[in-house]
Design a protein around this ligand. Sequence first.
Ligand code: G6P
Length: 362
Amino acid sequence: DASDIEKGTYPHYMLKEMDEQPGVVRKIIQEYSDANGELAIDASILKAIKAADRLYIIAAGTSYHAGLVGKQYFEKLAGIPVEVHISSEFGYNMPLLSEKPLFIFITQSGETADSRQVLVKVKELNYPTLTVTNVPGSTLSREADYTLLLHAGPEIAVASTKAYVAQVAVLAIAAYVAGQSNGKEVNVDLKQELAIVANGIQTIVDSKEELEQIAEDYLKIARNAFFIGRNLDFCVSVEGALKLKEISYIQAEGFAGGELKHGTIALIENGTPVFALATQEQVALNIRGNVKEVVARGANACIISMEGLNEEGDRLVIPKVHPLLTPLVSVIPLQLISYYAALHRRCDVDKPRNLAKSVTVE
Ligand code: G6P
């Protein structure tokens, strides 16, 4: 069938889709540039964002994790407060809303029933809605007032990779453009920084042997695994843990480094794998302190740091990118490590048990 042809020589869609990620970022830069070569979004969408006093991001799964990063972008680059909600929770636990909310639905497929039920509900209340999706003409795109497209190309593997990167990149652009238009002073040339990100992602997808080795060293026989980070690294930790759970069936948890001592550290035994992200300068020392704590209790720690913040003994050093954009790059090794862990354990990478690509029941 057509989808077989698309996979080409790749053994799995997931591997192909991870390899496409540098190109996806470049495509997004192009699609979201105006005639003068400046980053831009549709004028009506910009107006809707600027008219809002608060953004409510609604999403599920990996898209929810992209939303956690997006919150920081809108707050830091545009100065607009943001709440991020799991769509299946929002319906029966609606927070007190601001006066002028804008609802942003992040959904790769545009078909997730949990997210759609929120869309239907807030439309009844006459609130403006924006869908960020990979699928033009999808249900959530058709039913929302506005759509921002991800331009990532079809994502077939159940575990989302390139769509996450696309979501984070598009949210960064939307936040940046809104901030610029509001005259917010941010010392970032986002277009240039995203181009640097694309190159950084390329470097990592070209390091497959190293990532396969990490998967073997840390996860081949692991029963569980932990992902820790602080600030933006925390947002990526939860996505890293989800990737690993989805395709390798290893019980995994991602959490804030500072929370270790409040419970999870009780689970650390001899050989427990702990992946620690250290890409955020102001918390790099704290996360390294957490690593010392788990190593003292026998953990097998894998530090993934960023150029400029790296220290001897770090297992992987990702290329340097703008501190706000590290999620686009630090997630890539976690995707690839999960992929190879799943292969080592002979799991069906593209079609993991019990999961569906898009879940159209509530
Ligand atoms: C399913 C998929 C996940 C995905 C989630 C949300 O559970 O298995 O990979 O993140 O749905 O999907 P959406 O299409 O709304 O982003």
